[in-house]
Each structure stands twice: as structure tokens, then as C-alpha cells.
Design a protein around this ligand. Structure first.
Ligand SMILES: [Zn+2]
Ligand SMILES: [Zn+2]
Length: 237
């Protein structure tokens, strides 16, 4: 069994709050330098840079899982991960139909850069990606499953957009089997408190220097040669 070092929550320059230097190749390159071989690109409410990042990953030997950090109707963040770019993009369109298209104001919220696999800017997304969608927290697992994906409430330890701060609880009947804590949280404490969840610890990198380094807390053990195999392993009990 091979151990893979992963970081399943990274933002590219498409996320308004992320640094413009978080291009597909810079993210993959930083992951590779840090000893990671599986990463997920999870921009706010969009999968539109995933395909470029996956192609950049193929060139550098890093498996990029296409994903999204969805903002639910309750303003809870949920990391959603998909087996293929097609599945992620289809889910992306589903989400786009379920959010208010408030125009972005780049000078206030930041630019939302669409990029190709050579880090060329191909456009800017006009609607603000940090707005909430109309999708309820408890609707997410079934919706994501429709596209072959898996999902986890993001940074449950955090006050801002964390499920515990917003709903006050996280129960098995809400439909989740995975959970995520942020970098400095005590993962073991959350795993003990929520035994029905398998926890991951991710960087939520908005800057290149935030990308996780290979370590004991972010391991995936098994054979992974594709995003689909990574997603299967992530979802495994
Ligand atoms: Zn978040
Ligand atoms: Zn995030």
C-alpha cells in the first residue's frame, strides 16, 4: 500500500479572496515542492479552473482532484470532490443555477481569474463567487453523490462559515460521513466527538505559502493513479 500526502482544500486565483499568484501551475508546483502528490482544487462555488489544474498536475506528477467549496444557503462551507473534470463541471453548472448572480466588484472583493493549463488568463468570472447558494446543508450529500462525488463540512472548528458555529451541531442524520478540520485544529478531538465522520485536515490555502507540507496528518493510503481513485479512497470508511 502506498501512502499519499494530500491537501484537499486549495483555492486558485478564481476565488475572489485568493491570491492572484495561485495559478494552476503555481499550486501544483508548490504542492510538489511540499511533497504532496494528491491535491484538490476547491474554489468557492465554481469548478471552472479545475480542468486546467488537472492538466497542470498531469505534467508535474501531482493528482489534482476537481472540487468546489460550496457555500450553502445557511452560509456553511462544504468541500465537494469529484472523480472527473466532467462531473465537477456538471456540478458547477448545477450550483450556478442555484445562486444569485450578484456582480463581483473586483476592487473590493478581489479578481476572479479563469485560467488555462499554461496559466494564461482566459477571462474573469463576472458574478461574485462568495455569495451563498440556495442549496441547503442537508441537501448537499445527495446532490454531490448524483455526480459521483463526496463531500465534507469544511473547517468545522472555525467560527466563520463552519457548521458548528452556524448550526450548533453536526449529527449523523445530516447525511455526512466525512469532515474537515483546519490546519491548527486538534483533529483527534473532533474525531472523538463525531465518531461517524472520517476527518481530513487541510490547509484551505488562499496563498501559495499556505499549501500544506507532507506530514503525518494528511495521508491517504492505497493505490491512487487518478482523481477517481483518490475520491474512492477518500470516501472509503
Ligand atoms: Zn471556507
Ligand atoms: Zn476554502
Amino acid at each position: 500500500m502506498t501512502a499519499h500526502h494530500c491537501d484537499l482544500h486549495l483555492h486558485s486565483a478564481l476565488s475572489p479572496c485568493a491570491d492572484d499568484d495561485n495559478t494552476p501551475n503555481n499550486l501544483v508546483g508548490m504542492a510538489s515542492l511540499n511533497g504532496l502528490d494528491v491535491i484538490a482544487l476547491t474554489d468557492h462555488n465554481s469548478c471552472r479552473n479545475c480542468r486546467a489544474a488537472m492538466r497542470a498536475g498531469e505534467r508535474m506528477g501531482v493528482i489534482v482532484v476537481p472540487g468546489m467549496e460550496l457555500t450553502t444557503a445557511e452560509e456553511i462551507h462544504v468541500v465537494c470532490l469529484f472523480p472527473t473534470a466532467d462531473a465537477a463541471e456538471a456540478f458547477g453548472l448545477f450550483v450556478e443555477e442555484r445562486m444569485m448572480k450578484i456582480p463581483n466588484r473586483p476592487e473590493i472583493f478581489g479578481r476572479q481569474r479563469l485560467m488555462d493549463e499554461d496559466d494564461r488568463e482566459t477571462g474573469e468570472l463576472p458574478w461574485l463567487l462568495s455569495a451563498a447558494s440556495e442549496i441547503g446543508f442537508e441537501e448537499v450529500p445527495a446532490a454531490v453523490r448524483t455526480y459521483g462525488g463526496v463531500c465534507m463540512p469544511a473547517h468545522v472548528d472555525r467560527h466563520a462559515n463552519g457548521v458548528l458555529a452556524i448550526l450548533g451541531d453536526l449529527r449523523a442524520d445530516m447525511g455526512y460521513v466525512l469532515g474537515e478540520v483546519s490546519r491548527n485544529a486538534a483533529k483527534a478531538d473532533y474525531a472523538a466527538r463525531f465518531p461517524f465522520l472520517k476527518f481530513f485536515q487541510d490547509s484551505d490555502a488562499h496563498f501559495l505559502w499556505d499549501v500544506a507540507e507532507a506530514g503525518p496528518d494528511n495521508l491517504l493510503t492505497g493505490e491512487i493513479a487518478s482523481a477517481a481513485e483518490a475520491v474512492a479512497l477518500i470516501g472509503q470508511k
